[in-house]
Write a protein of this length. Structure first.
Length: 133
């Protein structure tokens, strides 16, 4: 085999452990069936974040901010996390949660003493990234 034309190569991998080193090697196969083994290469996965936050701006249906909205937090299966996770949006419609473990979360808003909007997610995040809506 001969030639020096670079060829872009990519692959998606999943199920890797955090904070671990993985080695890989590319193998080129020519039309005539010959192979060339690339050199060993490695990469290090990152350590997973342990806590995250979720910040939302609650808007009314007409797009205006919604101060005083009571917001409830649910896990990825829409199970209510309890009163200790309830928040009331401030004067600019902001509401937030901190120290959340990685996962998917949903929030719903309602007027204090009013009815909820069941099944209407106002925001969600997966992992421990800080998000804003």
């Amino acid at each position: 085999m001969t030639g020096t034309v670079p060829v872009a190569v990519s692959a998606s991998v999943s199920g890797l452990s955090q904070n671990s080193t993985y080695h890989f090697r590319l193998i080129a196969r020519g039309e005539a069936g010959g192979t060339i083994n690339g050199s060993d290469a490695a990469f290090q996965t990152l350590e997973a974040a342990t806590k995250g936050s979720l910040d939302l701006t609650v808007l009314q249906f007409d797009g205006r901010v919604w101060p005083g909205a009571v917001c409830r937090l649910y896990d990825g299966a829409w199970s209510y996390l309890g009163v200790s996770f309830d928040r009331v949006s401030d004067g600019s419609g902001h509401v937030g949660w901190v120290d959340l473990t990685p996962g998917t979360y949903y929030a719903e808003a309602y007027f204090s003493g009013g009815s909820t909007f069941p099944g209407k997610s106002i925001g969600e995040f997966t992992g421990a990234a800080c998000c804003g809506w």
